[in-house]
Write a protein that binds this ligand. Structure first.
Ligand code: NAD
Length: 315
C-alpha cells in the first residue's frame, strides 16, 4: 500500500492522476495539494491541503505530518508561461523541486516529478532522439527541466533517494485546461472543432512534436512508480511518447468525424520558436526495456476519445 503526497494537484496531470491513485490506494492514502482548494470536480469536498511549494518550511511540515512513502511533484510553470516570466519560473520550478526533494530525503520517500521534451534544444538530434544526448535547451522551462534532471541524479547518487521521472511530450486531455504549454494547440483544436467547426493554430503546419493522451500518461506514471527499483538505471528521466504529429495530421484525424472541419494558422512566433527547438520524435527504448512502458492511444483513438469526451461535457 502506498501513501502519496501530490503537489500542483489541480493541474492538467494532477486532476486525473489524483482520482486514479485514490481508486488504487484509497482516498485517505493520497493527499493532493495546490495553491487553492478545488471548487468543482472529483476532488471537491475530499481531503485536500493548500501548499505553496516555494515555502520550504510548509513543504517540510506537511511532509512530516502526512508521512508519505511517495512524493509526486507536479507544481510548475509550463513552457510558454515560463518564457514570459523567466524569473518567477526559476523560483517556482527550481525552488519547488529543491524543497520537495529535501522533503523526500528527510522522510525517505520515493520521488517522482515529470521532465519534458522541453529539456532538449536546437542542437539535440531531432528524429528518434536518443535517451542520452545533447540537452542544451533555449528556453527557461528547458533550463529548469535539465537542472531538475541533474538534481534527480544527484539526490539519487548522493543521498539514495529513489528518484524517478519521464520526459513527457505534449499531453492531450479535455477535463482540465492545459496550463500554458507549447503543445496546447493539440487540446484546443478539438474544442474548437466541436464549437466552431474551425481552428486557427498558433503552431505552424509541418511542425512535428511528440504527444500522448492523458490516460496513457497517467498509466505511465503508475507503471514507473510500481517498477522494481533494482531494474531502473535511468534516474534523471526516461524518454516517453505515444505519437509524433503536426497540426495537419490532427486536423485530418478530426475530419474523419467532422468532414467540414477547417484548419487555419495564426502562428505565435514565441511558441513556434519553442516548438522548433524541440525534437520531432523521441526514442523510448529504455523506458520499454526497463519498466515495460507502453501506450494504448494512437492519434485516431485519441481523437475519438477527445471528441466524445468534449461532446459529453457540452451537453
Ligand atoms: P499545470 O500547469 O496544468 O498545473 C500546475 C499546477 O501547479 C497548477 O494547478 C498550479 O496551481 C500549481 N502551482 C503553480 N505554482 C505553484 C506553487 N508555487 N505551489 C503549489 N502549486 C503551484 O501543469 P501540468 O500540465 O499538470 O504539469 C505538471 C508537471 O508535468 C510539470 O512539471 C510540467 O512541466 C510537466 N509536464 C507537463 C506536460 C503537459 O503537456 N501537461 C508535458 C511535459 C511535462
Amino acid at each position: 500500500m502506498k501513501r502519496i503526497l501530490i503537489t500542483g494537484a489541480l493541474g492538467q496531470i494532477g486532476t486525473e492522476l489524483t482520482v486514479k491513485l485514490r481508486e488504487l490506494y484509497g482516498e485517505e492514502n493520497v493527499l493532493p495539494t495546490d495553491l487553492r482548494i478545488p471548487e468543482r470536480g472529483k476532488m471537491k469536498d475530499t481531503p485536500f491541503e493548500i501548499l505553496d511549494v516555494t515555502d520550504s518550511d510548509a513543504v517540510m511540515e506537511m511532509t512530516k505530518k502526512f508521512k508519505p512513502d511517495t512524493i509526486i511533484h507536479l507544481a510548475a510553470l509550463l513552457s510558454a508561461v515560463a518564457e514570459r516570466e523567466p524569473k518567477r519560473a526559476w523560483e517556482i520550478n527550481m525552488g519547488g523541486l529543491m524543497n520537495t526533494l529535501e522533503a523526500a530525503r528527510e522522510v525517505g520517500a520515493l520521488y517522482f516529478t515529470p521532465s519534458s521534451i522541453g529539456s532538449f534544444g536546437p542542437s539535440t538530434p531531432k528524429d528518434n532522439t536518443p535517451q542520452e544526448t545533447v540537452q542544451r535547451p533555449s528556453t527557461m522551462y528547458g533550463v529548469n527541466k535539465v537542472a531538475g534532471e541533474l538534481l534527480l541524479d544527484y539526490y539519487h547518487e548522493r543521498f539514495g533517494v529513489d528518484t524517478r521521472s519521464v520526459r513527457f511530450p505534449g499531453l492531450i486531455s479535455y477535463e482540465q485546461e492545459p496550463g500554458g504549454g507549447t503543445t496546447d494547440y493539440a487540446c484546443e483544436i478539438y474544442f474548437e472543432a466541436l464549437k466552431n467547426g474551425s481552428y486557427k493554430s498558433f503552431i505552424d503546419k509541418g511542425t512535428f512534436m511528440d504527444m500522448m493522451y492523458i490516460d496513457d500518461a497517467i498509466n505511465c506514471i503508475i507503471d514507473l512508480l510500481e517498477a522494481d527499483p533494482e531494474k531502473l538505471t535511468v534516474r534523471n528521466a526516461f524518454n516517453v511518447s505515444a505519437m509524433s504529429v503536426d497540426p495537419e495530421m490532427v486536423a485530418a484525424s478530426i475530419r474523419k468525424h467532422i468532414p467540414e472541419f477547417e484548419l487555419g494558422y495564426d502562428v505565435d512566433p514565441m511558441r513556434q520558436a519553442i516548438a522548433e527547438s524541440w525534437p520531432n520524435s523521441l526514442n523510448c527504448d529504455e523506458a520499454k526495456k526497463q519498466w515495460n512502458f507502453k501506450c494504448a492511444y494512437d492519434l485516431d483513438k485519441m481523437t475519438e476519445k477527445m471528441l466524445s469526451g468534449i461532446r459529453e461535457q457540452m451537453n
